[in-house]
Design a protein around this ligand. Structure first.
Ligand code: V47
Length: 354
């Protein structure tokens, strides 16, 4: 079979071949995905000591899958103050946290300067703390609110101390699906344009894909293809993160969440298809820690980090609100037969946890 020959040789796959991968046996996919994983990273599994901060949940957009933003099903709007966020940062740094992952809702009451000043304050207090902040959806929202070009937004972010961009807001690029799940939010083209500009400034970012809702398998491959094409051009994506849609407290009404097998296939297919993105992250906040550990055998080489506090997926039912204890995390990676590598946000190796 032609496809198997291509898998054996590691040749690049077309869209149609990508779709056909889903018909293959899970363990056959694992064999090819693991060959790539081991060639790139051997048995290393990367993680970082990070703290997620979600400054506000008041949102002008209406994504049907979201349970985090304040709405009928989650009527508890909040906005943290700069002082509260700086206190969180101070506390986090004391505990060895090296990255702040700052992702918010699209709140027109907190302005652009509110964000930029926040980043500047964090950087001036903790110059070595990595700020991974503002999804392309937030960048698009702020650019439109303030009549700025994406290029201007990206420059302001860099001036204010943002080091890298998280991968959120990508959802599913297929326009027909996007229209149904997050109408009015950043378009796929805009999402890709913002990351392209960010990469052109020599910066790195991640890319996510929200799946397991109303999309088809073909739409996932279309998503991967669009990322692979941009990566060919810029080389700026560090990592790809398939996020399993969490079903609770939102307006999508999906009663059949994705199975473990479908998740593992998607991880393996991502590893095989995205031949130019170095890392595949099993984001345990959506997959559960147990399944993320299994995903290490299906192409995933990154387990995100300790997170400490997680609001977006846990609002929709995930068991990730409290993060994970560092020692337990490391022990679990080791017990599953992999080498825990503490990394910085740009995947430089900091420490091998023996
Ligand atoms: O884009 C919202 C997702 C994302 C749900 O770059 C949901 O390392 C599942 O940016 N079920 C934001 N997911 C999170 C994000 C992120 C997360 C982890 C790592 C990185 C990284 C970035 O959260 C959104 C959206 O796709 N999300 N609601 C839900 N019900």
């Amino acid at each position: 079979m032609e496809l198997l020959k291509k898998l054996e040789s590691g040749e690049r796959l077309s869209f149609e071949e990508g779709v056909k991968l889903y018909d293959l046996d899970l363990f056959l996919l694992s064999k090819f995905a693991q060959a790539k994983r081991e060639k790139l990273h051997q048995r290393k599994t990367f993680f970082n000591i990070n703290r997620h901060i979600n400054p506000t949940n008041i949102c002008k957009d209406v994504c049907k899958f979201c349970a985090f933003s304040a709405h009928r099903k989650n009527p508890n709007p909040y906005t943290l103050t700069h002082e509260e966020i700086l206190e969180i940062a101070q506390d986090a740094v004391k505990r060895g946290v090296k990255e702040l992952h700052i992702v918010s809702a699209h709140n027109d009451k907190v302005g652009l300067d509110w964000y930029l000043d926040l980043f500047k304050k964090i950087k001036s207090s903790y110059p070595t703390l990595h700020i991974k902040a503002l999804t392309a959806a937030e960048v698009n929202f702020l650019a439109k609110e303030y009549n700025l070009s994406f290029e201007e937004m990206v420059e302001l972010m860099i001036e204010s101390g943002v080091d890298s961009m998280p991968g959120g807001g990508a959802e599913i690029f297929k326009e027909e699906v996007r229209e149904k799940i997050c109408k009015g939010k950043v378009s796929s083209q805009e999402w890709l344009e913002i990351h392209k500009l960010w990469h052109k400034k020599g910066r790195k970012s991640n890319a996510t894909m929200l799946f397991g809702h109303i999309e088809k398998r073909e739409d996932r491959i279309d998503h991967l293809l669009r990322l692979r094409e941009l990566q060919d051009e810029t080389g700026g994506f560090n990592c790809f993160i398939p996020l399993i849609y969490q079903t609770k407290n939102n307006y999508l009404n999906i009663s059949n969440p994705v199975t473990g097998q479908e998740y593992l296939k998607t991880i393996a297919i991502s590893r095989i298809f995205l031949d130019n993105i170095p890392h595949i992250k099993a984001y345990w906040a959506t997959s559960t820690l147990n399944l993320a550990l299994v995903a290490q055998e299906f192409g995933a080489d990154d387990l995100d980090g300790t997170i400490e506090k997680e609001m977006i997926q846990s609002s929709a039912g995930a068991n990730s609100k409290k993060g994970v204890d560092l020692k337990e995390f490391v022990a679990l990676i080791k017990d599953s037969g992999f080498i825990p590598i503490e990394r910085d946000s740009l995947y430089n190796q900091l420490k091998v946890w023996e």
